[in-house]
Structures are given as structure tokens and as C-alpha cells.
Design a protein around this ligand. Structure first.
Ligand code: URA
Length: 279
């Protein structure tokens, strides 16, 4: 006999803790061509009665699989991204180049590209990990629960309207998983070009997957956060201070950690408001 109230209470607890996605025990590689998926058992493959059948989501053609066993596919995708990014002379052109780019396997499972929001001349550029479900729907980064918390924290630190927000990847990873370093590597030329076009005074690296990838460091985010690092453009022309911080999705699960993020934002605001010599 099921205890409905116990289930409801458990569900409420999960929702309260920030759990908004159901995941299977084993990861599913949705970028693989459908042909490689195991055939379902005959009984399971019987279609549901018509009134319960949902319209299937549109599935674009399978994208190339990027993995360590396909370094040539990865290298070609990175080269194509570098070429496309280099031709973009402004953020609008960069957004269009990203939307048209076919080399990232995440594109196959996403509704649309999610590039950026915020002022193009912002002194702060925040780089998150990758779009989630709400971002995939709206086409804008950090607009779900975590993004709303980020906005509130930026506002409290006096940084509203002073931040340009983007991610390390521009398509939602399936099931909101962390993007792989291959997926980040394919999108990296676009991220680097965005930094060159915005020329922010500081970078805020939001979450472990952003901090580690952008800075090419292996430490955990708890060891990286609250410390200044230096980001350099490929030609060495730009050197921008970069500050890793905790991801707001983590803060929704661990509210006690908000104090650390708050310290990070104050550090950033203090550096911004220090008198500086314009270039
Ligand atoms: N988390 C991220 O890292 N980026 C988003 O855009 C949304 C959630």
C-alpha cells in the first residue's frame, strides 16, 4: 500500500532542494545515432493508446560524436569554430555564427542556441557552465531558478546592468548534465571571441566546470573560488583578471555556501570600483 502523503512530502523536499530533473542511473548518450541504441523489447515497443501518445519532439539529424576516440572530429570542429568566430566583427555577428554552427554535438539535443544577455559594453563578463531547461526554452542564459538567484546576488552587490552573461557551451547538455571538456573545447573559440569583443575589465567564472575549463586548472571550485587568476587572449593582447565563484544552482542546494559567493561578489565589486587607467 503506497503512502501518498509520504511521496508528496518527498517530492516537495526534492523540489525545495532544487531537484528539477529526473535522471536515469546510467547516462544516456543522446548524441549517438539512434541505430546504436539497443532495440526495445517487443512488449515495450507497443505504442501507447492514441489518447496518451505525446507528439515526439523534433529530432534533428544525429551530430558527430565527440569523444577521445575521435580526435580528428574534435580537431575539425574546433577549427571550424575558430574560423567562424574569427570572422565575427561584433556580438550580433557572433550570435549568428554560433546559431549557424553545426559542429557541436549538443546542438542535436537542444531547441536553440543560447548565447548571451546583458550589456555588450559591460565591465563584467560572467561565464556559466551551460544552458539548462529554461534557458533552452527562452534562448537566454541564466533565466531559470539559478539565474534568478544570480541576478539577485548581482543586484545586491550593485552589479545589475554591469554584467554580460554567457556560458562555456551554447546548447543545453541532455538532462542538464555538466558539459564535457570536448563540448567546451568546440565552443571555446566563440567564448574567446566574445571576451575579445566585449573586452570586460573582469571575468566572473560561475561554477566548477566554467572555472576549471576557462583557467585550465584541475582544482575543485572550492579551492579556486575567491582567488584572482589571469585570462589571456590567444595573441596575448588581452589580459583580464578572472574570479571563480560557486554556481548558484549549488547555492540553491547548499544555502549556507551563499556567504562564500557573497564574499566573492564583494571582492569583484571592490576591484571594479578601484580607480583604474582606461586603455
Ligand atoms: N546554469 C548555467 O551554468 N548557465 C545557465 O545559463 C543556466 C544555468
Amino acid at each position: 500500500m503506497h503512502d501518498t502523503r509520504a511521496f508528496e512530502s518527498l517530492l516537495a523536499f526534492w523540489v525545495e532542494s532544487g531537484v528539477d530533473t529526473a535522471l536515469a542511473d546510467e547516462p544516456i548518450n543522446r548524441t549517438l545515432p539512434a541505430i546504436e541504441a539497443p532495440a526495445p523489447a517487443a512488449a515495450e515497443s507497443a505504442p501507447p493508446p492514441p489518447e496518451r501518445r505525446r507528439p515526439p519532439p523534433p529530432m534533428p539529424a544525429p551530430a558527430p560524436v565527440l569523444a577521445t576516440q575521435a580526435p580528428d572530429v574534435l580537431a575539425k570542429a574546433v577549427a571550424a569554430a575558430s574560423e567562424a568566430a574569427a570572422t565575427a566583427q561584433d556580438l550580433e555577428a557572433l550570435a549568428a555564427a554560433i546559431a549557424a554552427f553545426e559542429g557541436c554535438p549538443l546542438k542535436g539535443g537542444a531547441r536553440q542556441a543560447v548565447f548571451a544577455r546583458g550589456r555588450p559594453d559591460a565591465p563584467v563578463m560572467a561565464i556559466g557552465e551551460g544552458p539548462g531547461g529554461e534557458e533552452d526554452l527562452q534562448g537566454l542564459p541564466f533565466v531559470g531558478r539559478a539565474g534568478q538567484l544570480l541576478d539577485r546576488m548581482l543586484a545586491a552587490a550593485g552589479l545589475t546592468d554591469r554584467v554580460f552573461i554567457t556560458n562555456t557551451v551554447f546548447w543545453r547538455p541532455p538532462g542538464n548534465r555538466t558539459p564535457t571538456t570536448d563540448e567546451q573545447a568546440v565552443c571555446e573559440p566563440f567564448v574567446r571571441r566574445a571576451i575579445e569583443l566585449v573586452r570586460p575589465r573582469v571575468l566572473l567564472l560561475v561554477g566548477a566546470a566554467s572555472a576549471r575549463f576557462v583557467l585550465k586548472r584541475s582544482e575543485g571550485v572550492l579551492a579556486l573560488r575567491g582567488r584572482w587568476f589571469e585570462w589571456r587572449s590567444g595573441d596575448g593582447e588581452l589580459e583580464i583578471p578572472a574570479l571563480p565563484t560557486l554556481h548558484p544552482a549549488f547555492l540553491l542546494r547548499q544555502p549556507a555556501a551563499k556567504k562564500k559567493s557573497w564574499e566573492d561578489l564583494l571582492l569583484l565589486a571592490e576591484r571594479l570600483d578601484r580607480p583604474h587607467r582606461p586603455e
